[in-house]
Design a binder for this molecule. Structure first.
Ligand SMILES: [Zn+2]
Ligand SMILES: [Zn+2]
Length: 264
């Protein structure tokens, strides 16, 4: 069963992606300036490159560490004398809290921003943006994951479960879906919605360097980074450099160039 968990994660990843892609077609919020198939094609290439590069660190480091922690019952969660459900809930909240800070570090530490800016170079926002992460950022996030897993002694099923919800949330909040205002206003008390995450993709720095949370919006409210934008700013997404949306070679090389910190 344990061996099947990463495959279940992949199935969910693809399934939710396809569902969001279809819903976007029927209920779009913004008109696409670039053909959807071009964006899909470009970002699928990114996803394929990432899964090839990440295969090795996941196989050699991440999975063995998860299995070792499971086998030896190491870490905080494994040694807690609580109901299994409580442990999973606490572990889930811990991961989401830690991911809030990971995203915040990606905006505030210049070295990390070099890689994360690749995600923000997209001048549109739709479900394909959730595939657009630089492999450098993802390799660093595997190291961060290993650090978190060791601290709390996360069971494999908790880690996979969190990742499934995280990627589903990411597909959802990047999607170009028009949600009724009332539903959006209700949901943002609890979770990140497409409109909420659009605030984070504005060229305007005040809201871009805020709204970091990945699933639960409570972290932004708790750490005072919940900042609403306005309709005008929300139509202008990306960074000052607006030519790299589909230019994969240039934008993948971007973190390694001397001047890329200027975008911070
Ligand atoms: Zn960001
Ligand atoms: Zn994003």
């Amino acid at each position: 069963m344990i061996e099947a968990l990463p495959n279940i994660q992949t199935i969910f990843f693809i399934m939710i992606f396809i569902i969001m892609y279809i819903i976007e077609f029927y209920c779009p919020n913004r008109i696409w300036q670039t053909a959807r198939y071009k964006r899909l094609f470009t970002h699928l290439i990114v996803a394929i490159i990432n899964s090839i590069i990440l295969y090795i660190p996941r196989l050699i480091f991440l999975i063995p560490i998860l299995l070792l922690i499971e086998e030896k019952q190491l870490g905080l969660l494994n040694n807690m004398d609580q109901f299994y459900f409580i442990e999973i809930l606490l572990g889930f909240l811990f991961f989401d809290f830690a991911y809030y800070w990971w995203h915040r570090f990606n905006h505030t530490i210049p070295f990390l921003w070099r890689f994360h800016s690749f995600h923000h170079l997209d001048t549109h926002l739709d479900v394909t943006t959730s595939l657009r992460f630089h492999f450098g950022e993802l390799v660093l996030s595997v190291i961060y994951d290993i650090f978190l897993i060791i601290i709390i002694g996360a069971p494999l099923e908790l880690y996979i479960f969190y990742k499934i919800i995280l990627t589903s949330s990411s597909h959802f909040h990047h999607s170009n879906i028009k949600l009724p205002e009332r539903i959006n206003d209700l949901l943002i008390y609890f979770i990140v919605t497409p409109k909420y995450h659009t605030n984070h993709h504005t060229v305007e720095k005040n809201t871009r360097n805020a709204n970091y949370t990945s699933i639960f919006t409570i972290w932004d409210r708790l750490f005072l980074t919940c900042k609403d934008s306005n309709d005008a700013d929300r139509t202008l997404m990306g960074l000052e450099n607006r030519d790299l949306e589909l230019d994969l070679v240039k934008s993948l090389k971007h973190p390694f160039q001397k001047k890329s910190n200027e975008l911070l």
